[in-house]
Design a protein around this ligand. Structure first.
Ligand code: NAD
Ligand code: UFG
Length: 350
């Protein structure tokens, strides 16, 4: 596989940067396209720092927006891509409820443009970032890939539509190979402490929020829901180390290159283990040595009680299994946070 060229959309973002490190280490050439809507070029510089000068020669960054077909044309007319990993998208659930048009425009139009340009240049291998959000409020757990799918909000609807679009494209043009990776809750950071999640504004998700409390940027964590029918009353999720997720993409590429007629197929990327909000707080306190003050609050609307993955299909067919547990996720996230309390930026002046 070494030497193949992969286009990584959204490669400057959280999951993208960690995946690009693994792709370069595996010998791929990588071209990123990102409009820096939710990322900074410093993140790409850090990727280069992590992989070193030799492998950095195989990485190229292109500032561009998937909604602008010309940006894609420019790339594809210059380089022959063997496959695309498509991370680029907006992902904040609350923002998608307030501004659905922005989500439909960015996530749907951007992806449709990408398919069109890929088809034109005969690049028909795609690994797409889907999400456990497509399981909605699952009636049963663990979530198995053939469950009925459901969207709970406009963001979730973009993932559901994009899965359906992928299935339709494959039905009409069977030469496409498309892997839909349904991520559960990505957390943690690169073990070097140089790469990690750096959300703009107040974080929506649990772990970046905890991290900002630990470094003193936020005063306390609101725990949304303490009356769920779970062991400690808080909601349960399947947290997965971002480096395991990165390896999942390498496994997906291996599968796509090795299998003829793979079709359009979905895989869960999770650990199969559920952890409660309060258990995550305790694990982070242990890893960081910091006390995380909490405030017990009502449930967040639309949240499910417990969600975790069935991992059998990915294990069986991709030969991939998550290696890391909650302890390592918190350890690496704390290393990132303590080295970079303000993310990729320096502390803003008051
Ligand atoms: P992220 O915001 O850190 O990265 C996404 C990147 O895409 C950003 O760098 C952003 O600037 C870029 N981008 C957005 N729209 C673009 C456009 N139109 N053109 C070019 N670049 C664009 O997010 P992430 O956490 O790395 O997530 C990556 C993908 O995984 C997303 O599609 C997201 O929906 C999906 N996902 C994430 C999670 C999670 O909790 N992080 C869970 C499930 C699925
Ligand atoms: N939570 C808090 N306090 C916070 C933030 C979150 O108690 O400040 C709780 C939530 O109520 C939930 C749990 O922590 O019970 C996890 O919440 P996240 O927002 O971190 O993650 P979700 O499971 O709600 O959703 C995330 C992404 C979705 C994606 C899903 C599965 O936001 O887009 O993971 O991948 F679909």
């Amino acid at each position: 596989m070494a030497g193949q060229t992969i286009l990584v959309t959204g490669g400057a973002g959280f999951i993208g940067t960690h995946t690009v490190v693994e792709l370069l280490k595996e010998g791929f050439k990588v071209s990123i396209i990102d409009n820096l809507d939710n990322s900074v070029t410093e993140a790409v510089d850090r990727v280069k720092e992590v992989v070193g000068p030799q492998l950095s020669k195989n990485l190229e960054f292109n500032l561009g927006d998937l909604r602008n077909k010309d940006d894609l044309e420019k790339l594809f007319s210059r380089t022959r891509f063997d496959a695309v990993i498509h991370f680029a998208g907006l992902k904040a659930v609350g923002e998608s409820v307030a501004n659905p048009r922005r989500y439909f425009d960015n996530n749907l139009v951007g992806t449709i443009n990408l398919y069109e340009v890929m088809a034109k240049y005969n690049c028909k291998k795609m690994v797409f970032s889907s999400s456990a959000t497509v399981y909605g409020q699952p009636e049963k757990i663990p979530c198995v890939e053939d469950f009925n799918l459901m969207a709970m909000n406009p963001y979730g609807r973009t993932k559901l539509f994009l899965e359906e679009i992928a299935r339709d494209i494959h039905k009409a043009e069977p030469e496409w190979s498309i892997i839909l990776l349904r991520y559960f809750n990505p957390v943690g950071a690169h073990e070097s402490g140089k790469l990690g999640e750096d959300p703009k504004g107040i974080p929506n998700n649990l772990m970046p929020y905890i991290q900002q409390v630990a470094v003193g940027r936020l005063p306390e964590l609101n725990v949304y829901g303490h009356d769920y029918p779970t062991k400690d009353g808080s909601a349960v999720r399947d947290y997965i180390h971002v480096m395991d997720l990165a390896d999942g993409h390498v496994a997906a590429l291996r599968k796509i290159f090795a299998t003829k007629d793979i079709g359009c197929i979905a895989y869960n990327l999770g650990t199969g283990c559920g952890t409660s909000v309060l258990a995550m707080v305790t694990a982070f306190e242990k890893a960081s040595g910091k006390k995380i003050p909490i405030k017990l609050c009502p449930r967040r609307p639309g949240d499910a009680t417990a969600v975790y993955a069935s991992t059998e299909k990915a294990e069986r067919e991709l030969g991939w299994k998550a290696k890391y547990g909650v302890e390592e996720m918190c350890r690496d996230q704390w290393k990132w946070a303590s080295n970079n309390p303000w993310g990729y930026q320096s502390k803003p002046e008051k």
